[in-house]
Design a binder for this molecule. Structure first.
Ligand code: 9L8
Length: 857
């Protein structure tokens, strides 16, 4: 061991007495002039650029640094308040944080947009163009990762002491290109131009162990203790990202870990004379945070993924314990009252055995003491019922990589099995079913069961989903511990998804709600009135009565029209398809997955095309259909569906018969920043998953807030959206979750198709090769899946009812006044789907955190 080495995160690194550096620093100005000054300073001095070689991202970087300074002031004040109040905290552990862009959100939450716009104008620049320079931080796959980002926004806005812990992937979600209709994946090197929104904190570096073996020795007190030795260690270096609340001076922290090689590792090789090999070995360690796994709702059991999961869990827990010990020494008596960990699905569940390990092996606790703390400080959120997404790690791999953790998992299971045996004496089958270790010649660890056993709370993400968890997936556990199970319906942040994405609509809402009484005057002098509904979305109910106000409807429509123009411009640029803004904009954007049934959408488009071709166009409503989303690179069927969308699009869009009646576009590289434009410009939101399969959905909520109507199944949060909006303002179709289950075993799609003239014609067009004349056979697998009695997604079962509901959509859209009314009512009743409400629910039932106001300077 290299005892002589200076370990970088031990105390001597810090200077003891505070220097007179920070006293009396005046707050930075929020006016245009101060911003211009700072901008100039960053541009020419800090970043060292000049206008002779002006590059767009130089402008973006200079502005972002100026904004970050203003965040940093509030950030320090917030952290000081948390420290001084010694308050309880929650740590949100997630392998994904799909943050998107930061600049616009920072300006919005700092309430500095107007002066920044003016500052840039004085410099001859346009804010929107500068903001466009920013790469999305695509550190997530889809809904689960974006939910984590919305939650952080709400926690900061509600002034709750919540910190996010995640991984700083060098490469985020791949960039999707479309070539001849096929998806191509390109690496997303989002950090290429630097990242002004992070601050590296090498002083808080942690060391994470892998491999090796465990030994038992007596410690100084004669107690048997486990030692995990001969490990290959990797350093975890934190990068902090500021998370501002809305107009409230709070800035919370997202801490992202980067993997870095240990110096010892290099030195030992170096001393053996193999310098180049030593440097090359750095790579292996740094691979851990190199790339985000691009699978949405499917686990593939790769060793690197397990390394990522443990790396996050261990570094984050060590970080929390380090802070605890620096404030409380080895007194853990209040630890469980002051700290809480929320697991975003099972991905960070290594945190359970890791917390046990740290408390026992590093802090000398007994099993009972450690379990008392662990089992009081962890909660688990489940996001899916799909069996292919349930994480199971092979015991042999787990034991090789994390031998000490495997011992602990076995012990947790042994004790849990006793609980099961006591509750159901003699029920061996029940024990087998509930065991954390799945038996068989190839043993596996069931991460969901491990999470449940340790958790104080297990929640689903929409009412239906939470009920199905209790009834099916976790039935045994629900019978054992009914009070652990609860629902927390998802939400999205209205700051990004309304105020930022749809400023025109937000201003109209602000003025309309603000004109009632006291709000109006406040509104004349600033944002006072607008803050009302953006942080209390139930206030949107005040819009209900304006649905009957014809002049309000005119304004509402004009805004939607402008947003459709903006969306059409983006589509023209990104996929070369022209959308007529008078047509119905019918949108389905989300990850491509069979259960989400983009295929059903395409079948409907083909049906519309078929109607056009046979002249059945009386009372036609022109439609522009937009589909977008990424397929996991290894998911063959999903990739084939993308090709089908593009193939059908190229036939329809070049057929003069369809001109003015029907368009279909596939938008490449669907991502957070694209959704900001898409959700504002949509008329119709497609939420058409097989009932019981979409745990919640969150895109559905973004569309609703922006006045799109939903066509959907009784699945996930759709059910609650329909209940809020009113059943008459929602286009319902399809089997219920119960009917879906009842259909299994006697599903006969061939018969359904044969008895439906329209469906038969659609299938004939597909089978004839009409959309793939030069690539025969490429859609055979898709066609077969529709005909298969084993099709788990029951696409054919819902075809007729979907087509019927789409007819109603078309008819409704032609009644412009009525449609606008429904649109207004959707926005007006969307308050429940603010992530502020979701977070208040988590806090009331699970976290129990105080609201902590940031110190003011
Ligand atoms: N499909 C759900 C969606 O309905 C829900 O709105 C969203 C937020 O609660 O979570 C989505 C979800 N994502 C995942 C997921 C599972 C994985 C994964 C990576 C590896 C293994 C499993 C990434 C995401 N489950 N549910």
């Amino acid at each position: 061991m290299n005892h002589w080495r200076v370990i970088i995160h031990t105390k001597p690194f810090f200077v003891k007495s505070p220097l007179a550096i920070e006293t009396e620093v005046p707050q930075l100005g929020m006016d245009a002039e101060s911003i211009v000054q700072d901008f100039r300073h960053y541009f020419s001095h800090t970043l060292g650029w000049d206008t002779k070689h002006l590059v767009a991202h130089h402008v973006y970087s200079s502005l972002s640094h100026s904004m970050r300074d203003r965040l940093v002031e509030r950030w320090k004040n917030t952290q000081a308040a948390y420290r001084e109040q010694n308050c309880r905290r929650t740590f949100y552990l997630s392998l994904e944080f799909l943050m998107g862009r930061t600049l616009g959100n920072a300006m919005l939450n700092l309430d500095i947009e107007a002066s920044t716009t003016e500052a840039l104008r004085n410099l001859g620049l346009v804010l929107e163009e500068v903001a466009e320079q920013e790469n999305d931080a695509g550190l997530g796959n889809g809904g689960l990762g974006r939910l984590a980002a919305c939650f952080l926004d709400s926690c900061a806005t509600l002034q709750l002491p919540v910190m996010g812990y995640g991984l700083r992937y060098e490469y985020g979600m791949f960039r999707q290109k479309i070539d001849n209709g096929y998806q191509l994946e390109e690496p997303d090197h989002w950090l290429r131009n630097g990242n002004p929104w992070e601050i590296e904190r090498p002083e808080f570096t942690a060391r994470v162990k892998f491999g090796g073996q465990t030994e038992l020795h007596k410690d100084a007190h004669g107690r048997l203790r486990a030692y995990w030795k001969y490990t290959n260690d990797v350093m975890a270096v934190p990068y902090d990202v500021p998370i501002p609340g809305y107009h409230n001076g709070t800035v919370n922290t997202l801490r992202l870990w980067k993997a870095s090689a240990t110096e010892e590792f290099d030195l030992s090789e170096f001393n053996a004379g193999s310098y180049a090999e030593a440097v090359a070995a750095k790579n292996a360690a740094e691979h851990i945070t190199m790339v985000l796994y691009p699978n949405d709702a499917s686990e593939n059991g790769k060793e690197l993924r397990l390394r990522q999961q443990y790396f996050l869990a261990s570094a984050s827990l060590q970080d929390v314990l380090r802070q605890w010990v620096s404030n409380h020494g080895d007194d853990f008596s209040e630890f469980a009252e002051k700290n809480f960990f929320q697991l975003n699905d099972t991905h960070p569940t290594c945190a359970v055995p890791e917390l046990m390990r740290l408390l026992m092996d590093e802090h000398g606790m007994t099993w009972e003491e450690a379990w008392k703390i662990t089992s009081r400080t962890v909660a688990y959120t489940n996001h899916t019922l799909l069996p292919e997404a349930l994480e199971r790690w092979s015991v042999s791999m787990f034991g090789r990589l994390l031998p000490r953790l495997l011992e602990i998992v076995y012990e947790i299971n042994a004790r849990f099995m006793k609980v099961v045996a006591l509750h159901w004496p003699g029920d061996v089958e029940r024990q087998r079913r509930m065991s954390i270790v799945e038996e068989g010649h190839d043993q596996h660890i069931r991460m969901a069961y491990l999470a449940i056993v340790a958790s104080v709370s297990v929640n689903g993400v929409a009412e239906l989903h939470s009920e199905l968890l209790k009834k099916y997936l976790f039935r045994d556990f629900f019978e054992l511990w009914p009070k652990k199970f609860n629902n927390k319906t998802n939400g999205v942040t209205p700051r990004r998804w309304m105020a930022w994405a749809n400023p025109a609509l937000s201003n109209l809402i602000t003025h309309t709600l603000g004109s009632e009484g006291k709000g109006w005057v406040a509104n004349m002098v600033g944002h006072a009135a607008s803050e009302g509904w953006l942080i209390d979305m139930d206030k949107l109910k005040g819009l209900v009565k304006y649905a009957d106000d014809a002049s309000f409807r005119v304004k509402w429509r004009a805004i939607k029209q402008d947003n459709k123009t903006r969306l059409a411009e983006m589509l023209q640029r990104d996929c070369g398809v022209e959308f007529n803004t008078n047509a119905l904009f019918d949108v389905q954007v989300k990850r491509i997955h069979e259960y989400k049934r983009q295929l059903l959408n395409v079948l409907h488009v083909i049906h519309l095309y078929d109607r056009i071709k046979r002249g059945d166009t009386a009372d036609w409503t022109p439609r522009c259909v937009l589909i977008g989303g990424k397929a996991a690179p290894g998911y063959k069927m999903a990739k084939r569906i993308i090709k089908l969308v593009n193939a059908v699009a190229s036939v329809i869009n070049s057929d003069p018969d369809a001109e003015g009646l029907l368009k279909l576009a596939f938008i490449p590289d669907y991502r957070v920043s694209a959704m900001e434009v898409i959700c504002a410009g949509a008329d119709l939101s497609e939420q058409i998953s097989t009932a019981g399969k979409e745990a919640s959905g969150t895109g559905n909520m973004k569309f609703m807030m922006n006045g799109a109507l939903t066509i959907g199944t009784l699945d996930g949060a759709n059910i609650e959206i329909r209940d809020e909006a009113g059943h008459e303002n929602f286009f319902l179709f399809g089997l219920t979750a119960e009917e879906v289950e009842a259909t299994r075993g006697h599903y006969n799609p061939a018969k359904i198709i044969a008895e439906d003239e329209d469906f038969k014609r659609v299938m004939h067009l597909l089978e004839s090769g009409h959309f793939n004349l030069f690539e025969p056979g490429i859609f055979d697998s898709i066609i077969q899946s529709i005909y298969s009695p084993a099709d788990p997604w029951l696409t054919a079962a819902d075809f007729r009812s979907y087509v019927q509901a789409q007819r109603e959509v078309s008819n409704a859209y032609r009644d412009t006044e009525h449609w606008t009314r429904m649109s207004i009512l959707n926005t007006a009743t969307s308050g429940k789907f603010s992530s502020d409400r979701t977070i208040l629910d988590y806090n009331r039932d699970i976290w129990h955190l105080p609201q902590v106001e940031a110190k003011q300077n």
